[in-house]
Write a protein that binds this ligand. Structure first.
Ligand code: UDX
Length: 432
């Protein structure tokens, strides 16, 4: 089939390359000419493992190319995927719908009758029904098809998702989208067909649940900190109950990124508009527990440095919001780095992939090319993003260069015994 993908960020670029891999002819579209030039040249404008290879393969096959022209997209596509971002509005909880609305308006002006539009962006409840009106007026149809990909695993999650969710009111449109995903569905992937509202809700409900799970264990970490209990042992023990499970139960600095924080806030804002704010008031607490962990991390660093961070040299390991990503949106690591600097510390940051993004958005922090450089003469080391590189690091490597062997493990991901055995004072969130 001939598909277009509107928006070429983490979601859209991956979706476009993955759809070409499934055998479709794909035209990716973005309003950013420089992004399009880079993608056409086979260059992924962000770090996503496996995507450069998939992009190259799809371009070489002749089944994928990129454009900035909506006229070209309208003439080309039988199915159009909307994959643009819905960031948090400045100073508000609600989602900024500028990009979705602009993409839908531009598409409507070029759509051919009989075309199918597929919404993948995470949107406030009611968006699909609103967009469907104008799309149906030009003889096209809409299906809402939320995306659940995780950055760092975007290729795998797109080609082999846990489930496919499609919301709509036209059997023919749902059938057409099922044909697009035939290879995925034939492999046995569960398919859930719903109405628009349920499909929109599936996405924000899933992200709210994941955020709740993380904040639950982080709330337990707060209790552990005043009782001397160990949150990692607690998580292991409760996770053995199959109803609870071990995944997304890692206590630490909490969640960040371009999805979970802004999605739960946008969900609360929309619930308020719909008159069901009480139903989601617990999400406010989830958000607050999450943000308190960042403050606790700074306090732990201060405690370890004899009560003050003024004039202290701090090594920060990690800038990305999580490992295997260069995304620094709402990064807990950078939030802590900035707070520590504001408290008077001299901060040196190292991250395996996110340095350019961090330097651009946080120019007042100092960036160095390796963990050892960050740790040189440091009074305390803060482990804030659990890259494999940091987890595999021998304590003696940094031990040789630091001024004081003091480390705070913000992700509960290092081997505490190994670090202590090398003479480090090791502290972590939620553990004695
Ligand atoms: C998330 C959802 O997982 C995905 O399904 C959705 O489509 C988009 O949002 P992503 O933002 O890529 O994906 O990251 P994810 O792997 O979910 O991690 C989110 C944050 O939670 C990260 O900051 C991570 O460090 C943190 N986290 C995750 C924890 O603090 N503890 C955990 O146990 C798991």
């Amino acid at each position: 089939m001939r598909l277009t993908v509107i928006g070429t960020g983490y979601l859209g670029a991956t979706h476009a390359a993955a759809m070409a891999e499934l055998g479709h002819d794909v035209l990716g579209l973005d309003v950013d000419q420089s992004k399009i030039d880079r993608l056409n040249a086979g260059e992924v404008p962000f770090f996503e493992p496996g995507l450069p290879e998939l992009l190259r393969k799809s371009l070489d096959s002749g089944r994928l190319r990129f454009t900035t022209s909506y006229d070209e997209a309208g003439a080309f596509g039988e199915v159009h995927f909307i994959c643009v971002g819905t960031p948090q509005r400045k100073g508000e909880y609600a989602a900024d719908m500028t990009y979705v609305n602009a993409a839908a308006d531009s598409l409507v002006s070029v759509l051919r009758p009989g075309a199918l539009v597929v919404g993948k962006s995470t949107v406030p409840l009611g968006t699909a029904a609103r967009l469907a009106e104008s799309i149906e007026q030009v003889g096209a149809e809409l299906v809402w098809n939320p995306e659940f990909l995780r950055e760092g695993y975007a290729v795998e999650d797109t080609l082999r998702p846990d489930r496919v969710v499609m919301g709509g009111h036209s059997g023919a449109a749902l059938k057409q989208l099922a044909e697009v995903y035939a290879v995925i569905l034939d492999a046995g992937t569960p398919l859930v067909c719903t109405d628009f509202a349920t499909a929109e809700l599936v996405k924000v409900a899933a992200n709210s649940f994941l955020a709740t799970k993380i904040s639950f264990i982080n709330a337990m970490a707060e209790v552990c900190e005043v009782t001397g209990a160990d949150v990692t042992q607690l998580a292991t023990a409760i996770g053995h109950d199959a109803r609870i499970g071990h995944r997304f139960l890692n206590a630490g600095l909490g969640f960040g990124g371009g999805c979970l924080p802004k999605d739960i806030r946008a969900f609360m804002a929309r619930a308020g508009e719909l008159g069901v704010d009480q139903a989601l008031s617990f999400l406010k607490e989830i958000d607050e527990i999450n943000l308190r962990r960042r403050a606790r991390m700074v306090d732990l660093a201060r405690e370890l440095c004899d009560g003050t961070l003024a004039g202290v040299r701090v090594a920060v390991l990690g800038a990305a919001f999580k490992p295997n990503s260069d995304d620094i949106r709402d990064s807990p690591a950078l939030d802590v780095a900035v707070s520590v600097q504001r408290a008077g510390a001299a901060v040196r940051v190292y991250d395996p992939q996110a340095m350019d993004n961090a330097r651009r958005d946080y120019p007042t922090l100092a960036y160095v090319p390796s963990a050892v450089d960050a740790a040189q003469d440091a009074d305390v080391v803060l482990h804030l993003t659990e890259w494999a590189e940091f987890r595999a690091m021998r304590p003696s490597l940094l031990g040789a260069v630091v001024a004081e062997r003091r480390i705070v493990d913000g992700r509960n991901a290092l081997d505490s015994e190994a670090w202590r055995a090398e003479g480090w004072t090791y502290r972590a969130l939620g553990r004695p």
